[in-house]
Design a protein around this ligand. Structure first.
Ligand code: TTP
Ligand code: MG
Length: 397
């Protein structure tokens, strides 16, 4: 355990925990199959063009990790065992883990299947010190899941808790006492400015800033002039100032749309063509409600009224038609598409809020931000001129 603690003389205004499961998908595979324990495991598409979802900690020293092409990963770590993902199992364990979190605090904000913030302010009488709270959480997750480990960061802000949880992985516990925040943050590299996209990070580096301490020592009005409003947000983060609250989702629901076809269709291409407009409708409704989805589900009904559904998790959460469609299309290989179909359905589930304040952390990727802006512009045009103006292209690609 790393402990950036002092004599604890400074009071904790808030107690925020960030918990992130270690090598989540791979750890689940090792939990369910003892033969995989202690071995390098890659979870991901076994097909040639597949990518790695995650790598077990035994595989990571070989320089493999999430989002890497499977072929590259296997070149670097040829003895790794490749396991196809089982999203339903991960989702089931995720729900169990989130339920454990909710026994410790009513204020739990899941960020993805395997991570969440907890606001534990006011729980001292029940659970003891902030350190005791984190130890309790780790123990409860381990016991409830039968052996999964979680890394925890404890601080007075979401930002510092998030960075801290990553410091001592796997099975980590990093506590940053309120008066040690700058000591903790300032030596870290710019890339630890969580929520700041790669492009902005590049700009900071071009300005000659290497560490968070360098940013903290830079004049705030200079950052504002160079980077716009994000400049002052960055300055605040660099000093560990972050007023964002832990925002629990009100109720897990889903948003779906389906179309019953006049004529039955057969094969992948026509199904894809019907998924696209559904993805547009769902994305629009998500954005109107300020939500993003961590799961996507496709439903098909055969001409004989047999219903098949397949679902998967998506990370980071999606609220654009393009990414919903991508996830939906990736599920099609799991269906038997040789039969004629009479209904195509699509749903987004595991919804979380994606309001402006949350956006900074939800969509750090520039490509996703561009896609969202594009689709928001379309929303605005439609709101202004009515839905007839934009015709959704329905012709594949
Ligand atoms: P992460 O928490 O980012 O990674 P991790 O839990 O595997 O490892 P770490 O110990 O570093 O936290 O993501 C959680 C799960 O989400 C991960 O197990 C697999 C999935 N995932 C993908 O499918 N693709 C991705 O690119 C990433 C980053 C994660
Ligand atoms: Mg994780």
């Amino acid at each position: 355990m790393t402990r950036h603690a002092s004599d604890d003389a400074t009071p904790w205004e808030r107690i925020i925990l960030h918990a992130d499961m270690d090598a989540f998908f791979a750890a689940v595979e090792q939990l369910d199959n003892p033969e995989l324990r202690g071995k390098p495991v890659l979870v991901g598409g076994a097909v040639k063009r597949g990518v790695v979802s995650t790598a077990s900690y035994e595989a990571r020293p070989y320089g493999v990790g999430s989002a890497m092409p499977m072929a590259t990963a296997l070149r670097r770590c040829p003895h790794a065992i490749v396991v196809p993902p089982r999203f339903e199992r991960y989702s089931e364990l995720s729900q169990r883990i989130m339920a454990v979190f909710r026994t410790l605090s009513p204020l739990v904000e899941p960020l993805s299947l395997d991570e969440a913030f907890l606001d534990m302010t006011g729980s001292q009488r029940l659970l003891g010190t902030p350190l005791a709270m984190a130890e309790r959480l780790k123990r409860d997750v381990y016991q409830t899941t039968g052996g999964l480990t979680v890394s925890v960061g404890v601080a007075t802000t979401k930002y510092v808790a998030k960075v801290a949880s990553d410091m001592d992985k796997p099975d980590g516990l990093t506590l940053v006492a309120p008066d040690r925040v700058c000591d903790f943050l300032w030596p870290l590299e710019i890339r630890c400015l969580w929520g700041v996209g790669p492009k902005t990070q590049q700009q900071l580096i071009k300005m000659g800033l290497k560490t968070i301490g360098d940013v903290a020592k830079t004049n705030e009005s200079f950052l504002l002039r160079k980077l716009g409003t994000i400049g002052s947000q960055i300055a605040a983060l660099a000093h560990g100032r972050d007023l964002r609250e832990v925002e629990p989702i009100r109720k897990a629901k889903s948003i779906g749309a389906e179309v019953t076809l006049a004529d039955d269709i057969t094969g992948e291409v026509p199904v894809r063509n019907h998924l696209r407009p559904l993805a547009f409708r769902i994305a629009e409704r998500l954005r109107h409600k300020g939500l993003a989805a961590m799961g996507v589900r496709v439903k098909l009904k055969t001409a004989e009224f047999q219903i098949q559904t397949r679902q998967r998790s998506v990370s980071p959460p999606v609220d654009t038609a393009r990414y919903i469609e991508e996830a939906a299309v990736s599920l099609l290989s799991e269906f038997d598409l040789s039969k004629p179909m009479r209904l195509v359905g699509l749903a987004a589930f595991d919804l979380k809020r994606s309001d402006e304040r949350a956006q900074m952390e939800l969509f750090p990727d520039a490509r996703a931000v561009r896609q969202k802006k594009l689709e928001q512009t379309l929303d605005a045009i439609k709101d202004r001129f009515g839905p007839g103006v934009i015709r959704i292209r329905d012709d594949g690609d």
